[in-house]
Design a protein around this ligand. Structure first.
Ligand SMILES: Nc1ncnc2c1ncn2[C@@H]1O[C@H](COP(=O)(O)OP(=O)(O)OP(=O)(O)O)[C@@H](O)[C@H]1O
Length: 489
């Protein structure tokens, strides 16, 4: 079943057109739908492309398009990525190769010079122009501009499209056109409380961790975290097809797991624990195999580098939550489930992230959430506590034994026996393919760019605002109906 069309490309001036598929209508112009959950490809390759342009100047796959829609309250986003030799032009400017740009209604796309012109149409864009006003958010923060386009909404904040105003201060002239967009997460702070999310993120610099460029707190205690826009949507949406979560191939899973492990090793080596690793918080640069993934939402992350070395607060999402995080304690039938609690004396440490990665790997390999049971929190928690895995399910038939062993060693109830991030990277499932993974990582995923040095971000020193995150248990989506649920604290 094709996904919903969230935008269209209208052919304006395309010669040598040989469409092999999508919804062409009308005499000389065609409308190509950009749909959620699928990639629209333009190029010369008759087998792979949805619209074939038979011109030697056009690359086999010249450029691709996709659409992302987080939920019904969000704005549909359509993106273009150039993959060509001769370049793709957007409103007359040549796009950087392998870089993704957000499309706006009326944008003109040109496949190299004279290779075919298209107009992007996004009539259905749901934008509430009064949104910023209604929420009390500013639309200008120094050189940053905040738009009312909603990428996603979470428990703690709104994530909107932002961009940098490129107006020249001396001449007051705007640059011709600046296509680079960013995301801004806006969180309502409690007065005089420390915001740990921004404080932690400003310290980090890793290709698989969301990069923060600027933070700002307005007079209404709204904290703005300007960050890279990660355009491929989240892993939950990527795996969700029709009404359930689907698996991806072992190779695709391995490439994603390898990147998550690199990010976790980086974090854990610095004493930082994410504590809310789940499909929704893993973002993709494009919704296709072998893409860069980025860990986001450090809203309940913990920095253990400065003070204590174990944590005691019950946080996270039950489906992904390690049993030692608190559910082992003898609380009365989870009566206070949605409240913070200091439970076992022993507390927990960074290995809780490895448990969550075990759940994520299990889902990617099979489409099954390992401890889901009947979907109630109680059953999820009880199942996780027992930690029983069913490798007899037919979905495991095509999966290598080393992959099963990897999952088993992450979903190990005994924390002492569970692998940490260093040992996970040495597990045979990963180490057997290490050389290949390293090559794919540097050549395809980072496009030959070496990872940046991990110097603490200068901006960190400028942060003045304070916030303490509410201590809570976050309840999340259920697998079968795939609805994302927000947690009320
Ligand atoms: N930098 C980004 N680029 C693109 N999309 C993003 C970005 N940051 C967040 N999103 C989208 O917005 C959604 C909500 O963001 P986020 O998870 O940070 O909010 P939250 O309030 O902390 O959510 P949660 O309820 O999971 O705690 C994400 O699931 C993701 O789809």
């Amino acid at each position: 079943m094709p996904g919903t069309a969230l935008g269209y490309l209208e052919t304006i001036d395309v010669v040598d057109l040989d469409s092999n598929g999508d919804s062409g209508v009308g005499g000389y112009s065609k409308l190509l739908a950009i749909r959620k959950h699928s990639i629209l490809k333009l190029g010369r390759n008759g087998k792979e492309c949805d619209l074939v342009v038979e011109d030697p100047a056009i690359s086999s796959i010249h450029c691709i398009f996709w659409a992302v829609l987080f939920d019904e309250e969000s704005t549909p986003m359509c993106y273009i990525k150039d993959c060509s030799l001769n370049g793709t032009y957007l409103n007359g400017l040549m796009l950087k190769k392998n870089t993704t740009y957000l499309l706006q209604d009326g944008d003109i796309v040109e496949l190299c010079r004279g290779g075919g012109k298209f107009k992007f149409i996004n009539e259905s864009q749901r934008i509430n122009n009064k949104l910023l006003q209604q929420l009390g958010f500013e639309d200008k923060v120094e050189q940053w501009r905040v738009t009312p386009k909603v990428i996603g909404n979470g428990t703690f904040g709104h994530v909107l499209i932002a961009y940098k105003d490129s107006r020249d201060e001396n001449t007051n002239n705007r640059d011709k056109w600046s296509p680079e967009n960013y995301a801004v997460k806006i969180i309502k702070l409690k007065p005089n409380k420390l915001d740990k999310e921004a404080k932690i993120l400003l310290k980090l610099n890793h290709p698989n961790i969301i990069k923060v460029h600027h933070t700002y707190c307005d007079l209404r205690d709204n904290l703005y975290i300007f960050q890279d826009l990660i355009p491929g949507g989240d892993l939950f949406s990527y795996l969700a097809k029709s009404d359930c979560l689907t698996s991806v191939s072992e190779t695709e899973s391995l490439i994603i797991v390898y990147q998550i492990l690199n990010a976790l090793k980086y974090l854990h080596d610095r004493g930082i624990v994410h504590r809310d690793l789940k499909l929704d918080n893993i973002l993709l640069c494009s919704p296709e195999p072998c893409t860069r993934i980025v860990l986001a939402d450090f809203g309940i992350a913990k920095d253990l580098s400065t003070a204590k070395t174990r944590m005691h607060t019950v946080v996270g999402t039950p489906e992904y939550c390690a049993p030692e995080v608190g559910f082992r304690a003898s609380r009365k039938a989870y009566q206070s489930f949605s409240r913070a609690a200091t439970l076992e004396q022993k507390g927990y440490d960074s290995k809780c992230d490895l448990w969550s990665l075990g759940v994520i790997t299990h889902i990617m390999l099979t489409g099954i959430s390992p401890f889901y049971g009947d979907g109630t929190e109680r059953s999820i928690i009880q199942n996780a506590k027992v930690g029983k895995l069913n490798f007899n399910a037919k979905q495991w038939d095509v999966v290598a034994d080393t992959a099963k062993d990897f999952v088993r060693k992450l979903l190990e109830v005994d924390v002492n026996k569970r692998l940490d991030s260093n040992r996970s990277l040495k597990h045979p499932w990963i180490s057997k393919h290490h050389e290949q993974l390293k090559k794919i990582y540097s050549k395809k995923i980072l496009n030959g760019v070496e990872p940046e040095e991990s110097e603490p971000n200068e901006l960190e020193k400028k942060s003045e605002w304070k916030r303490k995150l509410p201590k809570c248990i976050m309840l999340d989506q259920t697998i079968p109906n795939k609805k994302r649920q927000r947690t009320n604290i």
